[in-house]
Design a protein. Structure first.
Length: 570
């Protein structure tokens, strides 16, 4: 029987069913739901960051990052939440806001071990990244600040020691303090020791910047904090590991300061041109973004404009925030997604090879959402079908917006895109569960499987609010495989290693072990692969040292620990 499209839509309406265009394109309802279980899990402490109703300074708007990492090597992801403060610091003694480390109890709950671990510090915390910088087998913790950074060495006994001053990475300055933001450990010279990259936003002095009551800065008729345009942009920093617990600032020598962009926020490290050397992409606010191509000789060349990842599709500067990478189309090259300011879309850059990218934002289906202000972002295969999906966290930068009709208000929901496998994504947010639809002033977010059930969960750091822990509850019935790498000749955290996974009867996938990413945050260092219905998969690991390991017919639904040299154990 011939069934016209108009008749089909009329039958849906008569049946009382309402679908979005993207839901019709996706073809079916989601087999997973994201549920916020933060309170039940014990994550109940608010992140304090600036004024709640209004902000005098831009510093009060950026919020903080968050990390999923296994600090005690028990195979279960713990959570580290960066915290901030306020200029009107009138907190009672002993109740000042501090960073929070939550130990995973392996039963869906967490215990706050911040004080015991030696991580309590009050200040304008920004980003966090993970890496074993001293190659002792314990992942260390770097936290960026407006002012002096912290480098917490993991002592291996549940405690940390701040070695930033000794290591030479505090970046303490004069009156104009450095505003350090996104960060990432990387082995840029492939000597087996992790170096450190730190993005910088503004060299900021509250005594000299304009304030809202001056009337110089307005947004939609509201008097708001000024910047970043008009303020002195900061310069990004590259520290080389001296292999003795200290670092040397090689920013100028390495060519990091030779870039037109500034106001750096999100940092992403990936080998974009498949030459074996890690490159660095920085999402800049109100300026062209930066792509530092690794020349393989200790220097970098900034190529964002010629590569096509500096601006929007129409050649305009954007207010970039968070950034992530994945091979979303299965062509063997890492693509980029970047979040931007309200009134703009997120950006999706498809990697064409040869250090060229093509803006696929509208063609891929990410151009419909312009009302959200994006921060944290990540590719995640939420239904384990082997296709990287996308999740974005949102929240307005100005609390003065409140819950008005200006864009989507200060508190905003998330956006969830499902990979359709043909280069397009469908917006399935409305079908993604209460955790996606709950409105919060979100900032950093991290991705990882905190309950080890085989799907990807999300932790979100919110401004002046409690965090979210979005548990992925699925019914897709697909298989999965996680890979935990341990370097020997390569750095112990295996950062920079590339993992190829070929499920039985499926298409080849690839992941990279990365420090940093999203918005000022750190994802699980274990590589995750959705296998669909496949029960086995072949693995190939390309280590930063150049060594290659191959594992045949690895069984699905397990975590494999692979030590460089092909030894392995569950």
């Amino acid at each position: 029987m011939h069934f016209r499209r108009r008749d089909f839509l009329r039958s849906i309406w008569r049946a009382g069913l309402v679908f979005t265009f993207d839901q019709l394109v996706a073809g079916e309802s989601l087999p997973v739901r994201f549920v916020n279980v933060a309170r039940e899990a014990g994550l109940r402490t608010r992140t304090i960051f600036g004024g709640e109703k209004s902000n005098r300074y831009l510093l009060e708007t950026t919020g903080c990052g968050v990390a999923f990492f296994d600090y005690d090597n028990d195979g279960w992801l713990d959570i580290f939440l960066v915290n901030g403060t306020r200029f009107e610091s009138n907190f009672p003694k002993g109740s000042e806001p501090t960073n929070r480390l939550y130990k995973n109890n392996r039963d869906g709950t967490f215990t706050d071990v911040t004080v015991k671990a030696g991580l309590a510090r009050t200040g304008w915390g920004q980003g966090v990244c993970i890496g074993d910088y001293d190659n002792d087998g314990n992942d260390d913790l770097f936290v960026s600040y407006w002012g002096e950074n912290a480098l917490y060495r993991n002592n291996g006994d549940g405690t940390f020691t701040d070695t930033a001053a000794k290591a030479g990475v505090t970046t303490a300055g004069g009156k104009l303090k450095r505003w350090n933001t996104g960060c990432a450990f990387l082995d840029y010279d492939r000597d087996g020791w992790l170096d450190l990259f730190v993005a910088n936003y503004i060299d900021f002095d509250p005594a000299t910047v304009p304030v809202p009551e001056s009337g110089l800065c307005q947004y939609k008729g509201l008097k708001v904090a000024c910047g970043p345009p008009g303020l002195q942009g900061g310069r990004n920093i590259l520290f080389r590991n001296n292999r003795d617990g200290t670092f040397t600032d090689v920013s100028e020598k390495a060519g990091i300061w030779k870039t037109p962009g500034t106001y750096g926020l999100g940092v992403l490290v990936s080998d974009f041109d498949n030459d074996g050397w890690p490159d660095i992409y920085v999402a800049n606010d109100s300026s062209s973004s930066a792509l530092y191509r690794n020349n393989g000789d200790g220097t970098f060349r900034e190529i964002a404009i010629e590569a096509g990842v500096a601006f929007s599709a129409d050649g305009k500067t954007q207010a970039g925030m968070g950034v992530a990478a994945a091979d979303y189309d299965g062509d063997g090259r890492f693509d980029i997604v970047k979040t931007n300011f309200a009134g703009d879309t997120s950006s999706l850059y498809r990697n064409l090879g040869g250090n060229f990218f093509e803006d696929q934002t509208y063609k891929a289906g990410l151009g419909r959402n312009t009302r959200f202000l994006g921060w944290g972002v990540g590719f995640l295969d939420f239904d384990n079908d082997g296709l990287p999906d996308i999740l974005l966290t949102n929240g307005h930068v100005f609390p003065e917006v409140g819950e008005s009709n200006v864009e989507s208000g200060y508190r905003q929901r998330k956006v969830l895109y499902r990979n359709l496998g043909d280069g397009r994504f469908a917006d399935v947010s409305l079908d993604g569960g209460t955790g996606i639809l709950e409105t919060v002033p979100a900032r950093g977010c991290a991705f990882g499987d905190f309950d080890n059930d085989g799907d990807i969960d999300v932790v979100v750091n919110c401004t002046n609010d409690v965090p979210q822990l979005l548990r992925c509850d699925g019914s897709a019935g697909n298989n999965w495989l996680k890979v935990k790498l341990v370097g020997v000749k390569s750095n112990r955290s295996a950062i920079g290693a590339r993992v190829y996974c070929k499920p039985e009867g499926g298409r080849k996938q690839m992941e990279e072990i990365r420090s940093g990413g999203s918005y000022l945050s750190q994802n699980d260092l274990r590589a995750h692969f959705g296998l669909g219905k496949a029960r086995t998969a072949d693995l190939e690991i390309q280590w930063p040292s150049g060594h290659v390991d191959r594992i045949s017919r690895a069984a699905a639904n397990q975590v494999l620990k692979i030590v460089e040299g092909a030894s392995r154990m569950k």
